[in-house]
Design a protein around this ligand. Structure first.
Ligand code: SF4
Length: 330
């Protein structure tokens, strides 16, 4: 076992200052990803700053905004009545993720910061991994790759962002509040992660010592319908092959407005802007839904093991759009 210093501060500012002052220090929250990485020897911090005692749990509604403390667990967020009423696709994505045991430990802040599940990244005996060791190559591109991304990737890295709940959060326009040595700032989730084709070794825009303190989720207006569809190899405790988070409002038989994001396909949770633009103001029609899906997947970078995701993502989005437009007109 590799020795490390363990701190457990009680104030947020104290935690931020401790990590900021030590380049080898890192925050520890629920630990559901980090402890695995430490045991595997993939992640080797010299100091862990356990933030689990900080006052960052709980939720409050402020007008049309749900403010969620970063240490709120996935299970607590799923159980919040306003999430069931006004953010149904967030609740469905939460409950489709991991297992009940993990959801009771995993925090919403930690979920957003989870590392890729790429098997080569998680195996330190594999030398070629640009994400773990910059400029070392990418073992996934040359070997078997299936649970990998096809959007926002290139030959340097095809790592997938595997979060479920991040997908509807990106669709609905959520943001995070972060605190660092220079103060507080808010970052929209659409600008939070860095695509693998923009730099494989940088995963998000957080500076060292910056801590997510809350997630700010706009509530869907009354009259909107939303849902999350996850396609996976087995029915529980499995990551998405593809997923679609759709929220929309129908106006007199046409799609008045919509928010769409895809999971299981991108190096970051993928906001489907092209699909939204194509669908607004149109009558629900499966061929149009498929065209919208093809527009999102255009330019996908595929490997032999991941090529199936292009058609599967189009079908996943088409099916979810059919379901949501039908539900909205009932
Ligand atoms: Fe590393 Fe990315 Fe290649 Fe996986 S896909 S081996 S994380 S560089």
């Amino acid at each position: 076992m590799r020795a490390f210093v363990y701190d457990r501060p009680t104030r947020v500012e104290q935690a931020v200052a401790t990590v900021t002052a030590d380049p080898q220090a890192a925050f520890l929250a629920g630990g559901t990803t980090q402890l695995d990485l430490m045991k595997d020897g993939v992640w080797t911090p010299d100091r862990l700053v356990d933030i689990s005692r900080l006052p960052l749990r709980g939720m409050m509604t402020e007008g049309q905004l749900l403010r969620v403390g970063a240490l709120t667990t996935m299970e607590q967020l799923a159980a919040e009545p306003v999430v069931a009423r006004r953010l149904r696709f967030v609740r469905e994505a939460l409950l489709a993720g991991a297992s009940t045991q993990l959801r009771n430990m995993a925090t919403i802040g930690g979920n957003l910061l989870q590392r890729t599940r790429c098997r080569y990244f998680r195996d330190p005996t594999v030398a070629a991994c640009n994400r773990r060791c910059p400029d070392s190559g990418c073992a996934a591109v040359a070997n078997t790759a299936r649970m990998h991304a096809v959007l926002g990737v290139d030959e340097r890295c095809v790592a997938l962002h595997a979060s479920d709940v991040a997908v509807p959060l990106v669709a609905v326009g959520a943001a995070v509040t972060v605190l660092g040595a220079k103060g507080e700032r808010q970052i929209p989730l659409t600008e939070f992660w860095v695509r693998a084709d923009e730099g494989p070794s940088i995963e998000n825009v957080l500076g060292h010592g910056e801590l997510i303190t809350e997630v700010r989720i706009p509530l869907l207006p009354e009259g909107w319908t939303s849902g999350y569809l996850k396609v996976r190899d087995r029915a529980s405790y499995e990551f998405a092959l593809t997923s679609a988070a759709v929220a929309l409002r129908m106006d007199s038989g046409v799609i008045g407005d919509c928010r769409i994001a895809l999971g299981g396909v991108g190096s970051v949770p993928w906001r489907a802007w092209q699909a939204e633009d194509l669908l607004r103001g149109t009558q629900p029609e499966p061929t149009l839904f498929e065209r919208a899906g093809r527009a999102v997947m255009a330019g996908a970078y595929t490997l032999p093991g991941t090529a199936f995701k292009v058609d599967l993502a189009v079908r996943t989005l088409t099916r979810q759009l059919i379901a949501m437009t039908s539900a909205a007109t009932r």
